[in-house]
Design a protein around this ligand. Structure first.
Ligand code: ZN
Length: 336
């Protein structure tokens, strides 16, 4: 006799009852007003999962529920309800389920990392104030100054003319960021420009030198402003945190898998930062269109910066590591 509760399917409260599995192969629920019995072979008995109550469903729809898992197993065992083929089959189907679950988790993770995490980072960035971007950028320019920059050698009038154009560009944006243009001489990186999350845009003397017009420099500045406005540094940090959190959630202990996983964040970062480049490019091109500056100014200087002067040269040289290949972003011809 196994104590438990019987639910007849019409009321939600169960009646205290007990289950008897007879030697005649009939299961009987005792202690009820009505008679409930059925051959054991016709019962649906739920699998044992930890200490969760077992449910034994009778053909009429009634359910006997009990926490006496051991007693149920023993009774079934003694009635030879678990023939060898049965557990092999169950094990096999369970492995198939585990494998399908693993595949499902892998697919969901990939989709989540590709689209879910970037979308979430964008939402989180939206609720964070522009001060968050400034906090990330603090000290960055000083570090670069120590590492690879020298003071600009450009004439003061040239610098102030470009600064005026930059101020015109950023003055109307009103997006909470504090924009500032800085000039540096940089032998190590040559013609280049980049944005710090704090709103500082740095252009090198070399970039100003290779530009054939101020519109070309403005086009590059628009791209860099696109990075600040798009809050790419903040989103990159949030995305990296999201990927790590997901990895820990899925794998628990990272240390044992660090070998396999060490390359993954770098690959993801590269993919995500290519997306940011495209976003900055499209901001720049839209800005140029709105301000009636030829979009070809952007293509021209980008091609010159990367030295891609013909369709044959397809190397992905860039001003800051993981930009998409230039020929994917700009139409490079021998003329520009
Ligand atoms: Zn960029």
């Amino acid at each position: 006799m196994i104590p438990g509760k019987y639910f007849d399917g019409t009321s939600s409260t169960g009646a205290t009852a007990s289950l008897a599995l007879g030697a005649d192969g009939i299961a009987r629920v005792l202690g009820l007003h009505q008679r409930v019995e059925a051959p054991v072979s016709e019962l649906e008995i739920s699998e044992r999962v930890g200490n969760i109550a077992r449910r034994i469903r009778f053909p009429g729809g009634g359910v006997f529920e009990t926490r006496e898992n051991d007693a149920i197993d023993e009774a079934l065992e003694s009635m030879e309800m678990r023939p060898a083929a049965g557990w092999v089959h169950r094990l096999e189907s369970r492995w198939r389920m585990v494998f399908s679950a693993l595949v499902a988790v892998a697919v969901i993770s990939v989709v989540f990392v590709h689209w879910g995490i970037p979308a979430m980072a964008k939402q989180v960035a939206r609720v964070l104030p522009a001060e968050a971007d400034r906090a990330i950028g603090i000290g960055t320019l000083e570090t670069f100054d120590r590492m690879m920059f020298d003071p600009s050698k450009l004439p003061a009038e040239r610098r102030s003319a470009l600064t005026r154009r930059f101020t015109d560009m950023t003055g109307a944006l009103d997006d909470g960021h504090v924009y500032r243009l800085e000039f540096r001489k940089a032998d190590a990186i040559g013609a280049n420009a980049f944005a710090l999350p704090s709103g500082i845009v740095v252009v090198t003397d070399e970039l100003v030198d290779i530009a054939k017009s101020d519109d070309e420099i403005v086009a590059v500045l628009a791209h860099e402003i696109g990075h600040v406005r798009g809050r790419h540094a903040l989103r990159q940090i949030l995305q990296a945190a999201g990927v790590s959190a997901l990895a820990v959630a899925l794998l628990g202990d990272l240390s044992s898998l660090s070998g396999i996983l060490s390359a993954a964040p770098a690959l993801l970062t590269a993919k995500h930062s290519r997306d940011f480049e495209r976003e900055a490019d499209s901001f720049a091109k839209q800005w140029l269109r709105e301000n009636r500056i030829a979009e070809s100014s952007f293509d021209a200087i980008l091609c010159r910066m990367t030295g891609t002067h013909g369709p044959k040269e397809k190397e992905a040289v860039d001003y800051f590591s993981s930009h998409p290949a230039t020929d994917e972003r700009a139409r490079c011809t021998p003329e520009n």
